[in-house]
Structure formats: C-alpha cells, structure tokens
Design a protein around this ligand. Sequence first.
Ligand code: ADP
Length: 495
Amino acid sequence: MPFRIYLGSSDGTPDTTIAPPLCWTVDSAGAYLVVNEAAAVFFGQSAEALRGTSWLERVHPSDRDSCRAALARAGETGLAVQVEHRLRGGDGGYRWVLSTATPAPSGARSIATTCFDITPVHEAVERLKIFSLAAEQSPVSIVITNAAGEIEYVNPKFTATTGYSRDEVMGKNPRVLKSGEMPIEGYRDMWAELAAGREWRGEFHNRRKDGTLFWESAVISPVRDSEGKITHYFAVKEDITENKRLSAMMADAQRKAQVAQRAKNEFLNNMSHELRTPMNGILGMAYLLRDAPNDPERETYLRVLSESTEALLAFMSQLLDLASLSEGTTVLHVAPFDLAHCTSHAAGLFAAAAFEKGITIETQIDAEVPSIVAGDSLRLGQVLANLIGNAVKFSSTGKITVKVVPDPSFAVSGSSAGLRFSVQDEGIGIATDKLDIIFEPFERADTSSSRKFGGAGVGLAIARRLVEAMGGRIWAVSRPGHGSTFYFTAQFQTL
Ligand code: ADP
C-alpha cells in the first residue's frame, strides 16, 4: 500500500501527496550498501554508483553531529532511532527528511534507514512558528474564540492590558471584560454582523481585572474552514484610552476657547455700551449747558454730567483694577481698621439707591467678631461694595442683609481672625449652572437681562481676586426668583 502523507497547505486545506520513502542500508562506517529506486532517483545516481559512498557526506553540515550521534545510539542500543535533518539531493538542493534508522539483528553490523521527505510539513511548521511569534510579540491585543465565542487564545499584550492571565480567560466569553458602560444594542449589532460572516469594527469601553475602565478599538473577523463554515473569531484590539483622553482634552480646550471668544465678543459689545452711555450723557449735557440760560435747569444738567463722568470713571478703574489683579500685582495695604465701620460704610454707598427701590439694607456683626482688625480696609470695602451694589441692582424689592461671623474653617490663632461675610438679597436669583462662571471676567448670569441692569461682568472677577489675596474664597448660593446669597471669607490680623 502506498504511503500517503497529509500535508497542510498554506490555505489550510489538506494536501494529499504520495511521497514514496527513500530506503537504504549502510555499513557500520556509514557507507551505502543497498539503496531503493526512490533513493537513487533522489540522489540522481544509480544504486551501483551510490554503493560504498558516504551517507553522512550527503547530510547538511549543520545536521551531521546529531545524525552521527543518532546512528551511534542505534548501533549501541540495537534500537530504532528517528532524526529530522536535511539531505542533499542530486540537484544539489537540500530537503528536510524524517529518517528512521533500524539496526540489523546483531552480527549483521548494518543499519537500515527509511526516509520521508517532510519539507512541506517543515515549511508549514516554520510558517506557523512565525505566525505564533508575531502574535505573541504583537503590540496590539489578539483574542481568538471558537464559534461559540469561547476564548481559545489570547496574546501577552491582552494579559498586560486587561490584567487577566491566559488561564483565567481560557474557555470564557470575552464578555468577562464587559464594564456595563456600553449600550447592550452595541453588542447585539456586533454579534449579528459576525454571525452573518461579516467583519466588525468598533470600540469597547471595557473593565480591567482591577476594576479600572479602558477603551479599546477592535476589528473582529470570522475565520472559516475549507467548507466555508465559521469555526473561530479573530479579534485585534488596541488600547485607545490615552487617545480618548487627549481628544476629550482637546474638545474641552476647544469648548473653553469658544466660550472665551464668546465672552470676549460679549465684553466688547458691553464695553462699547458702557462707554457710550455716559459719554452720550456727558456730550448731551455739555451741549445743553452751552445753550441753557442761567436757570435751575443748569443744576440738573450739571448733575447728569457729573454722574455720567463718575460712571465712566468707575468703569475705567474697574477695568484697570482687573488688569492689574490679573497680573498679580495687587499689594494689600495692611492697617488697623474698624470692621463695623467698614461694613456700614460699604452699605451706606447704596443707601440712596436702595431707598429709591424701597429696599432696606441691614448689617449684622456677630458678637464674637473682633471690632478692630488689621487688614486692607479699602480692598475689603471694595468687595463688600461690589456685592451690596449687585444685590441692590438685581433686586426690585425686599431686604438686603449683610452679615459678618467668625469662620470656623480657619485655623484658630491668637493673632489672626478668619471671618465669613455674606450679602443676602431677595432679588432675581441666579441659575445653578451660572453660579461658578459669574466669577470669571466678563461673564454674566443672563446676558439678555444685562442691558436692563447694566454692568460688564467685571466686578465679581475683581472681588474673587481680592478675596483670594486676603486668604479666603468667594461663592454664591442662589435659586432663580428666590434671591441670592454671596459668601466670602478673609483672614485678618487681630491686635
Ligand atoms: P456686573 O457688572 O455685570 O454686575 P459682576 O461681575 O458684579 O458684573 O456680576 C456678574 C454677573 O453675576 C451679573 O451680570 C449678574 O448676572 C450676576 N449677579 C451678580 N450678583 C447678583 C445678584 N445679587 N443677583 C443676581 N445676579 C447676580
């Protein structure tokens, strides 16, 4: 019966090649005695010509030692040995062969050898070795599952990325990595595509063994056998967590840049309004004054003229103040002052405006608050004036309460006092999502109402920088339609 060796061809289909074995006997010195027809064809010489020539001389130089040793072992033990080596054919090229050498019964001192040409098998194995090394050393994760979705292979990159060892995931479904962060339909679509024999590309938000989340970009393709049946799924996945983080950062930076640009445009519009209004007042009044007869109207014109000039001056100094504070050039001028006096002075600045609207301003200073402290009374007064001024501006009725209490969050020390100030009103209130941004320069809670109330959105930004310079922080609590309370803390020296 002819020998039939099944060799795997490169496309995975079995290749049936009849390979007649090469047979010969050699004497104890390794010289050919008898060779079969197949061997004579292989060596390209007749059996007679081969007789007496060296067997080893036709073996590849690199394989000679192992062949010599195998032959010696066969001679010593009297047992058959098998060795894989290269053999030179008549065309001068080498073929891989599997030789089985069987010593003749004792006394005969010859060895019979049967040799199969295994070159195609050898090449296939070498190819597989390369595939295997490439998969093992791949910089991306590789997962192979069977048709039921059970893992049969993962490469080292997979274990490094997920924290799961090979043994821990073998036979399991890749859903061991599922984080619950992805919509279930995503998986359903993926399996539908794969089951239909199509490739699937997408992203997974997965969970590592240590519980941390990571993003993977994946390409999964079905693997089919020679009959077209899907036997496996082959997944190549790359950790894209860092890319995701960077693109989120870039999107955030872009969003912030857009917000800043919008704020800048708003500011420019607003500034032009804030400058033009008092300018028009000044010009108009000057024009009227020039023509007005000497009568009581002149007094009204002069009042409007000075009010407009004051408004312009106040706005310009606010802008200059913000610019100098932004550069961190604020120096606090520390000197002893009367807290109650500073607070009521700030409230007093708005007494007339409040009175006109029917709003009362009340100041309450806790008994525990020292009456004289050392600090920058002008800067403190400026912050209080900004908050009280806003409270009056954004209220049409009700009461404004200004309070000063000791602040428990400051470390207690004999020589310093941490105080908390609050300004509470019953005005229009502020939407929750604006409570933080109003402390940014040129930001207003409601740009549509700003025309009505005036202001360029600079005051709170200045207040925040001043409060920080005084070792404290500023924040607001509010609900639209239910008034606002602005808080700030600051640290002073006690005397
Ligand atoms: P502005 O000059 O616009 O008042 P601020 O920086 O002082 O500038 O205030 C920023 C924004 O915060 C205001 O435009 C307003 O939308 C909001 N705001 C400040 N104080 C109050 C308040 N007491 N009640 C309601 N909204 C306020």
